[in-house]
Design a protein around this ligand. Structure first.
Ligand code: GLU
Length: 477
């Protein structure tokens, strides 16, 4: 039988890291078992669902490299089918109309609250007579459809991640609402738990992998599967992503949407690599830097942790830096050039852009770091206090003058690394200056401070952009 997995996002917000990780686990497992990865857009919450969020989710999946295998399904296209199943449940007596008003339900909740009890419906309309129903309808009351959940049953399943899970009927909050309010004998729009069962069945989903916040929904859904005599998929509930304090990762933790990660300069390959290890501890991985393809070969649900996974920026940054280091330099340079373009910075040549990319990439965590790190190659950096002190307290100015004179006498304009090294060696010998001090002086002239990228390579680049001499000259006055 074909193995079929799905992501069923609700388009009520931007593509969230939690949903992305669920997508990734589904995608990886589908690849691992030779199955298909499908998408169903759960857009039946008409007030909160927006087509721009659907677009954002699909674009985010594409950006991450998680391709789906069939045209995505829209839940809202299937409402009449959901309703026909609700009708079936009504007809077989597994569901009934409940006419309790919002006020009556609020009153019940208040009473329960006073007694310190959890919210639970009291199933008051489970056995209404035909006459009672008629009366409610004639009073103009609307009704929802509720699915009967017996108090004394136990729902058990073998979760592929958590192992055996047992849930008691009495802990499911009373009879389950399947549809929104409707007038007369109409059936209102279907709600999540009903629609999921019908659609997973329609899509022939064999494996459901989703966040552990859905565990109690699974218990309810299993009862609906059974009442309709539908084939059950296997269920796997993944641990949630937590912040460093151990609470569910939320907007307060700075970024949570995939777009934001993209804008901050994370590479999709790095983000998926990081997300895969969020809650997954493979026995057989020899490195934490693994492509999706490699991960999919060793991925197994049994290696997913039961406990929540803490999100670490430090680890993500490290993984991102590893991908930046490994990236083909022309490709990386193309990305970095877009940032330069936004800043209005123009590299003197293609070759120069690639050389600067290579020079900077080892110290970059994020693609965006390229802006700050390449800035001193485009704009003259001011001389900072440590630089000024150094120039005053050493014979730096004289040394810098030696360099200028040397270049002037020999009419040296464009330098390469070898030439720059040779010049420094010669000047240090000619004037008996320690090479270290000579280099520090030059560094201050170029960057205004004592830290920065490799000096010789920087000199080569600054000489090509014709700003090395003026940077040295400014220190002499
Ligand atoms: N629409 C649900 C969500 O976004 C899907 C849950 C499921 O996978 O069944 O949480």
């Amino acid at each position: 039988m074909e193995k079929r997995l799905r992501l069923a996002p609700s388009p009520t917000g931007l593509f969230h890291i939690g949903t992305a990780r669920t997508a990734l686990f589904n995608w990886l497992y589908a690849k691992k078992i030779g199955g298909k990865f499908l998408i169903r857009i759960e857009d039946t919450d008409f007030l909160r669902s927006k087509s721009e969020y659907t677009k954002n989710i699909l674009e985010g999946l594409k950006w991450l490299g998680l391709k789906w295998d069939e045209e995505p399904i829209k839940q809202s296209d299937r409402i009449s089918i959901h309703k026909s199943y609700i009708k079936k449940l009504l007809e077989c007596g597994a569901a009934y109309r409940c006419f309790a008003t919002d006020d009556e339900i609020t009153e019940l909740r208040e009473e329960q609250k006073k007694k310190g009890l959890p919210p639970k419906h009291d199933n008051r309309h489970r056995s209404l007579s035909k006459e009672e129903i008629e009366t409610f309808i004639s009073q103009g009351r609307t009704s929802v459809i509720r699915f009967k959940i017996e108090e004394n049953i136990q729902i058990t399943w073998i979760d592929q991640i958590k192992g055996e899970i047992k849930w008691q009927g009495k802990d499911l909050g009373g009879d389950l609402v399947l549809s929104r309010r409707a007038k007369g004998y109409e059936i209102g729009d279907p709600l999540y738990n009903l629609a999921v069962v019908i659609d997973d069945n329609y899509m022939n989903i064999t494996h459901v992998i989703r966040g552990e916040d859905h565990i109690s929904n699974t218990a309810k859904q299993i009862l609906i599967y059974e009442a309709l005599d539908l084939k059950l998929p296997t269920f796997s509930h993944t641990p949630l992503i937590l912040n460093l304090e151990g609470k569910k990762l939320s907007k307060r933790d700075c970024v949570t949407s995939i777009d934001e990660f993209k804008d901050m300069g994370y590479l999709p390959e790095a983000l998926t690599n990081y997300m895969a290890f969020l809650g997954w501890s493979p026995k057989s991985a020899d490195s934490e830097i693994l492509s999706l393809d490699k991960i999919s070969k060793i991925f197994d649900l049994s290696d997913i942790n039961k406990a929540g996974a803490k999100f670490s920026w430090e680890k993500l940054n490290w993984i991102n830096s590893q991908y930046i280091k490994k990236m083909e330099s022309t490709k990386l340079s193309e990305i970095i050039k877009k940032y330069w373009d936004d800043m209005g910075w123009e590299p003197p040549s293609e070759e120069w852009a690639i050389k600067l990319t290579i020079l900077l990439r080892d110290s970059m965590n994020l693609l965006k770091d390229a802006i700050d790190q390449s800035k001193p190659f485009f704009l003259l950096p001011p001389i900072q206090k440590e630089g000024k002190d150094f120039l005053e307290n050493n014979d730096s100015k004289a040394f810098l003058k030696n360099i200028l004179d040397y270049l002037d006498e020999r009419n040296t304009v464009k330098l390469d690394k070898e030439k720059a090294t040779e010049i420094l060696n010669e000047i240090s010998k000619m004037h008996n200056i320690k090479k270290g001090i000579l280099m520090k002086s030059l560094r201050i002239a170029f960057f205004g401070c004592l830290s920065g990228p490799d000096l010789i390579q920087s000199w080569e680049l600054l000489s090509e952009s014709k700003s090395d001499l003026s940077r040295i000259e400014r220190c002499l006055n």
